[in-house]
Ligand binder design. Structure first.
Ligand code: GDP
Length: 601
């Protein structure tokens, strides 16, 4: 590690577990991280907590001084906890390591008042899929009515000193959360009742505002890591570094840099590294390793300290040439004393693991990082939406061209997750009639697209319905013959279905349908109308028959539905037409099928 925090670097070669914080927006992720960092600054010796690039290291001594008697440093040999500074699913999915999540352990924050929300479920889904152990921080306990604050106290202590009524209210919220977890197939309980944290999820009541329960949270994290993750934390400290790109950033004086979380080995300022790039792996020489300069020392121009070497786990900014095409979420590997080809092959195979399966036809997907691209692909896969092209980067004109070649209108779409749409791409999309969807929340993006698809399908069905003859069954009323023929004008009552103007009219005689004429006008109370619905009585002009001969008073007549139309109605539109119309259709089909069982099939 850098010389400033070499004291936190344990020679026992156990690295710091990496901790990520997830949860629904506004449930208190940022506040909780701030609280932990704040407490660490107050409790620890000056400089004991180290600000990394994109992460904060809280060493064991500081954890133990915050947690008080809950953590005896002698029980632990892991060096502390490294918290990723950017909370949320996005950084979690971005930060991946060989085949899994980079974070070793996660805190899922749930607001006790608000309970489970869409992003809570999304986070659970991500945790489940990546098999990341986690604990639930049931946050904002200080907002329970009647709450009596005990700043920074362990939960049992503050819990005991609440009134019965307040305790009861908190318990209710906590049990709701435990119930919600169980609905998602996680067996959970209040953390002090959990025996085996591998099987059960511990729920820790906390307040990010007052610090209550934060000692417990840290103690549980530390205990869980020590107990179940020690083996995974054993690393070759001196070995070549392995990490993941958190962010690709322009930095004044350094050009393009990569903020990297190192999870294995060391990286040195004279190393050659291989980084996953948009096209091929990038091979480059490290020019500088940069760590944030402690606030008190910002006297010089640079916000960064140059360091010679950093060991896992750590967040570090790497400055090197040719990093423009580096991708967030891509692997970074130090070459050192190994054949370059081997390292390139390792990076390539890691990238291939993340690659998204595409199909011949589908939508175009863009995302800002490899991890989020993968998460998008998973979500689309679940919604059975095929992908034709999936790439990291902003939406460019090229993407529009690909989308515009789709035959299916539904697939003329580009879905962008956490990316910008370049101005000329926007213009192209309008010209080429390609629909653009962008969002920073995956499920909203998928939902937006699904709604669009449903709209197209509805419109398509409407067009079909407009061009299809609809069934109806109606009777010629007694004493309502207004004209005998040319055309015959009679009063009718529609029994079921929709009688449309211009449709042909048939009558069933001896099991055979006979066309008797064509509707040439419908009047309802003296007004011309295009159609008449079930239950209505209207007068119709029918060109063809003479009343008293082909058609008699009291006759039951049908709209003559062409066989092809009957088939489409039955097979594709049955759910789109009114129930009475479906009834008319079924009766009509039944009559035909008595004569010919395969009619309309
Ligand atoms: P995030 O979106 O999950 O990062 O949520 P924030 O940390 O930004 O918190 C959202 C709001 O909830 C802010 O106004 C916080 O001050 C407030 N908040 C967070 N934690 C607590 C808590 O424990 N108690 C109370 N009363 N308010 C909290």
């Amino acid at each position: 590690m850098s010389d400033t925090d070499s004291d936190t670097h344990d020679p026992a070669a156990l690295r710091t577990p990496i901790v990520a914080v997830l949860g629904h927006v506004d449930h208190g992720k940022t506040s909780l991280l701030d609280k932990i960092r704040g407490s660490a600054v107050i409790e620890g010796e000056a400089g004991a907590i180290t600000q990394h690039i994109g992460a904060t290291a809280v060493p064991l001594e500081v954890v133990s001084s915050i947690a008080g008697e809950l953590v005896d440093p002698d029980d632990f040999d892991l060096p502390g906890l490294l918290f990723i500074d950017t909370p949320g699913h996005h950084s979690f999915t971005t930060l991946r390591s060989r085949g899994g999540a980079l974070a070793d352990i996660a805190i899922l924050v749930v607001d006790v008042n608000d309970g489970f929300q869409p992003q809570t479920l999304e986070a659970l889904d991500i945790l489940k899929r990546s098999q990341t152990p986690f604990i639930v921080a049931a946050n904002k306990i200080d907002t329970v009515p009647g709450w009596n604050v005990h700043e920074d106290a362990p939960i049992t202590q503050t819990y005991e000193s609440q009134s019965d009524r307040t305790r009861q209210r908190l318990d209710e919220s906590l049990y709701t959360i435990i119930g919600n977890l169980s609905d998602q197939d996680f067996s959970a309980d209040l953390y002090w009742r959990v025996q085996n944290f591998q099987r059960n999820v511990g729920v820790v009541p906390v307040s990010a505002l007052t610090g209550e329960g934060v000692p417990d949270l840290l103690a549980v994290m530390m205990g869980l890591s020590q107990r179940y993750m020690k083996e995974e934390m054993e690393i070759d400290v001196a070995g070549p570094g392995v990490g993941t790109v958190l962010e690709v950033k322009e930095e004044k004086g350094f050009g393009t840099t990569i903020d990297t979380v190192l999870y294995d080995g060391t990286i040195r300022s004279d190393d050659t590294i291989v980084v996953g790039g948009l096209n091929d792996p990038i091979v480059t020489e490290v020019r500088a390793l940069l760590q944030p300069r402690p606030l008190a020392e910002i006297r010089t121009e640079s916000r960064f300290d140059n360091v010679e070497e950093v060991g896992a786990a750590a967040g570090i900014k790497v400055a090197a040439p040719d990093l423009e095409d580096a991708m967030a979420g891509a692997p970074v590997r130090v070459v050192r004393d190994r054949p370059l080809e081997d390292v390139i092959a390792e990076v390539e195979s890691e990238l291939a693991d993340i690659a998204v399966d595409t199909e011949e036809e589908g939508v175009v997907v863009k995302a800002d990082t490899l991890g989020s691209l993968e998460a998008m692909a998973d979500a689309l896969g679940e919604a059975e939406i095929p992908i034709v092209r999936a790439e990291v980067g902003d939406v460019a004109p090229r993407d529009i061209s690909v989308a515009s070649t789709a035959d299916d209108a539904k697939q003329r779409a580009v879905l962008g997750f956490s990316v910008d749409v370049l101005a000329d791409a926007k213009r192209r999309a309008e010209i080429d009639d390609v629909k653009l969807f962008t969002d920073d929340v995956i499920y909203q993006l998928v939902e937006g697209y699904t709604e669009h698809v449903e709209e197209i399908e509805r419109a398509q069905q409407d067009t079909i319905l407009d061009n299809i003859t609809r069934p109806s069954r109606f009777r010629v009323l007694e004493d309502h013959v207004f004209r005998q023929n040319d055309p015959a004008v009679v009063g009718v009552e529609i029994y079921s279905g929709t009688l449309q103007n211009n449709s042909f009219v048939a009558k069933w005689e001896d099991n055979e349908p006979t066309r008797v004429g064509q509707v040439k006008g419908i009047q309802e109370q003296g007004e011309d109308v295009d159609e008449a619905r079930a239950g209505e009585r209207v007068s119709v002009a029918i060109d063809g028959p003479t009343i008293g001969r082909q058609v008699k008073e009291g006759d039951l007549l049908w709209t003559e539905v062409p066989e092809k139309h009957a088939k489409i109605l039955e097979q594709e539109l049955a759910s789109e037409i009114p129930a009475d119309e479906l009834e008319a259709l079924n009766m009509y089909l039944e009559k035909h099928r008595k004569r010919d069982p395969f009619w309309g099939k």
